[in-house]
Design a binder for this molecule. Structure first.
Ligand code: NAP
Length: 479
C-alpha cells in the first residue's frame, strides 16, 4: 500500500485543521466526524480545532448578548461535541502569526477556515469619526468581555442613536437601555457591570431606513425588548407605512406578520405618557445622512425621511430631521476580515470561495483549503444556519479526498511540538474546563448583598487574556 492510499486509515488518519472554534468551526468538525465515510469506518479522521482566543466558541462567547435566552442550549450542544474527545482544541493560537498557511499545509491534509466576521460594516457619512460615534460590534465585544478590547467604555450619553434594524441593533439597544442590575444575573464581567451602572442614559433611539415590514429582527428577539424593567418602548404612528411589497410580505411570511403584529400592538397600546425612567424608541423610514458634532464630539444625528417605493425599498423624500444625541452606535451589519495568504473578496467581506472551496487569485480551487460560516457566505443568518453551510463545505472536502495534497508531518504530536518550540502558550479543551469551572466559581462566590440585591450568578466571565491563559494552562502544570 502506498503512503497516499493509507491516508484516512487508522495508521494514518486524514488530518484536518479547523481554524476558528465558533459554531461554524465546531459544526464543520462535528459533521466531518459524522460523515458516512467516517461512520462506516472507510475513513479515519483526526481533527484539530484552533482559536486565536484562549477560550472556545467565538461569536457565542464574544458576539451574543449576555441576556440572550437561546444561547445556553447552543453552548451545551457545542460542549457535547467537544466533550466526546475526538476533536482536539488548541486555543490562544493565531493563524497568521503563530501558524502560517505553510505550517498548516505541512501538518494537515486539509484546512477549513471558520474565522467568522467580527468587524463593523462601514458607514460612510460625515461625522462618522466624531468622538461618541461607535461600531456596534465593538460595543458587543466590550460587554461580552473580549480580551483584546479596552476594559473601559465611555457611557456618558443621555440620548443615544442606534442605526440599523437587525438583531445586533436590538442587542446593542437593549443592553444600553437596560438597568445594569437587571444584567447582573448574566455572565457580564465586573468592569462591564460597573460602567453600565453609571450610565446616565434616558433615551435610546433605534433607526431603520425602511419600514416596519422590512425589519431584519427575528420575532423572539423583538418581543424580548418589552421585557426590560422600567424601560418603555415608544413607537411613532407616522412610521407605520406599508407598500405593496410590505402587504405581500405580511401575507406570505409568518415572521414578518408576527413582528408587524407585535409592533402594531405596542403602538396601539402605548400609554400617552411614558412613566419609565428610560425609553427605547423604535423609528422607521429614517436614512442616516450625517452625524452632527461640536468640538469633535457627537451632538446629534441627521436623517433623510424615506418612503417605500412599492418594492419594499426606500427612497428619499427630501425631508430632513435632526435628533439631539450624544452617542451613535452603527449596527448595520458585520464585515469579515481578510486572512493572511488567502484570497479575499473585499467587496463582500468573505474569503473567495465556491460553496466553501477556497479559490486562489486565478479563480481556481487549491484542493485542501476550505471555508465555512460567515467568512464563507457573509454575516447573515442565525447560528443554526451555519450547520447546513458546514455540511456543504464538508461534502466538498470529502468529494476532493483523492486530490488532497499529502501532509508530510502527519503525526498528531508534531503540531504540539511545533507550537511548543515556538513558545506558543496554547490552551486545551481540559484547560477550557478549568476556566469554565473558575468562571462558575466566581459566579457562586458573588455576594449580591454588598449591592443590596438578591440574585444568583451562574458565572462571571474572566476578561484578561493572560488570566484566561494562566487559568487554562494551570491544568498542564498539575499533570
Ligand atoms: P442584519 O440583520 O443584516 O441587519 C443590518 C441592518 O442594518 C438592516 O436593518 C439594514 O437595513 C441596516 N443597514 C445596512 N446598511 C445601512 C445603512 N447604510 N444605513 C442604515 N441602515 C443600514 O445584520 P446584524 O444585525 O449585524 O445581524 C447579523 C446576523 O446575525 C443576522 O442574521 C442576525 O439575525 C444574526 N444575529 C442574531 C442574533 C440573535 O439570534 N439573537 C443576535 C445578533 C445577531 P436594510 O434591511 O435596509 O439593508
Amino acid at each position: 500500500m502506498t503512503e497516499l492510499s493509507q491516508r484516512g486509515s487508522a495508521a494514518r488518519p486524514l488530518r484536518v485543521a479547523v481554524i476558528g472554534s465558533g459554531p461554524a468551526g465546531v459544526y464543520a468538525a462535528d459533521i466531518l466526524t459524522k460523515s458516512e465515510q467516517v461512520k462506516s469506518g472507510e475513513l479515519v479522521v483526526s481533527i484539530d480545532l484552533f482559536d486565536r482566543y484562549p477560550a472556545p466558541f467565538g461569536l457565542i462567547r464574544y458576539g451574543v448578548a449576555p441576556d440572550h435566552p437561546r444561547i445556553k442550549g447552543i453552548i451545551q450542544a457545542l460542549h457535547k461535541v467537544m466533550d466526546r474527545g475526538d476533536i482536539r482544541f488548541f486555543g490562544n493560537v493565531d493563524y497568521g502569526t503563530d501558524l502560517t498557511l505553510a505550517d498548516l499545509q505541512k501538518h494537515y491534509d486539509a484546512v477549513i477556515f471558520a474565522t467568522g466576521a467580527i468587524d463593523d460594516a462601514a458607514l460612510n457619512i460625515p461625522g462618522i469619526d466624531l468622538k461618541g460615534s461607535f461600531g456596534g460590534a465593538d460595543f458587543v465585544s466590550w460587554y461580552d468581555g473580549h480580551p483584546d478590547v479596552s476594559r473601559h467604555w465611555p457611557l456618558e450619553a443621555k440620548e443615544i442613536a442606534v442605526l440599523g434594524n437587525g438583531n445586533v441593533a436590538l442587542d446593542v439597544a437593549r443592553v444600553l437601555s437596560k438597568h445594569a442590575d437587571d444584567l447582573l444575573v448574566t455572565e457580564i464581567p465586573e468592569n462591564v457591570y460597573a460602567e453600565l451602572k453609571k450610565s446616565p442614559v434616558t433615551d435610546v433611539h433605534v433607526f431603520g431606513r425602511r419600514g416596519p415590514a422590512q425589519i431584519k429582527f427575528t420575532p423572539l428577539e423583538l418581543r424580548e425588548l418589552s421585557h426590560s424593567r422600567d424601560v418603555d418602548i415608544i413607537l411613532y404612528p407616522e412610521d407605520f407605512e406599508f407598500d405593496e411589497a410590505s402587504d405581500e410580505a405580511i401575507k406570505t411570511n409568518n415572521q414578518v406578520k408576527t413582528m408587524v403584529g407585535t409592533l402594531t400592538n405596542w403602538l396601539v397600546e402605548q400609554p400617552e405618557e411614558s412613566t419609565a425612567s428610560r425609553r427605547l424608541h423604535l423609528h422607521f423610514l429614517h436614512n442616516p445622512v450625517e452625524i452632527l458634532g461640536e468640538n469633535g464630539e457627537v451632538t446629534g444625528i441627521k436623517f433623510e425621511r424615506t418612503e417605500l417605493d412599492g418594492t419594499g425599498n426606500a427612497r428619499g423624500t427630501g425631508e430632513f430631521l435632526e435628533y439631539p444625541v450624544q452617542a451613535v452606535y452603527r449596527s448595520i451589519g458585520y464585515f469579515g476580515s481578510a486572512l493572511p495568504e488567502i484570497e479575499f473578496d473585499a467587496g463582500r467581506g468573505v474569503v473567495s470561495n465556491a460553496g466553501g472551496r477556497v479559490l486562489g487569485a486565478d479563480g481556481e480551487h487549491t484542493p485542501g483549503i476550505y471555508a465555512t460560516g460567515w467568512i464563507k457566505r457573509g454575516p447573515v443568518g442565525l447560528i443554526g444556519h451555519t450547520k447546513s453551510d458546514a455540511l456543504e463545505t464538508v461534502t466538498y472536502l470529502l468529494e476532493d479526498l483523492a486530490e488532497l495534497p499529502f501532509a508530510e508531518a502527519g503525526a498528531e504530536d508534531a503540531i504540539v511540538n511545533l507550537l511548543e518550540e515556538r513558545g506558543v502558550e496554547f490552551t486545551s479543551w481540559d484547560g477550557w474546563h478549568a476556566l469554565d469551572a473558575h468562571e462558575k466559581s466566581l459566579g457562586e462566590s458573588f455576594d449580591p448583598s454588598t449591592l443590596g440585591l438578591e440574585l444568583t450568578r451562574e458565572r462571571v466571565k474572566v476578561v484578561a487574556r493572560e488570566e484566561m491563559v494562566n487559568i487554562s494552562r494551570a491544568i498542564n502544570a498539575e499533570v
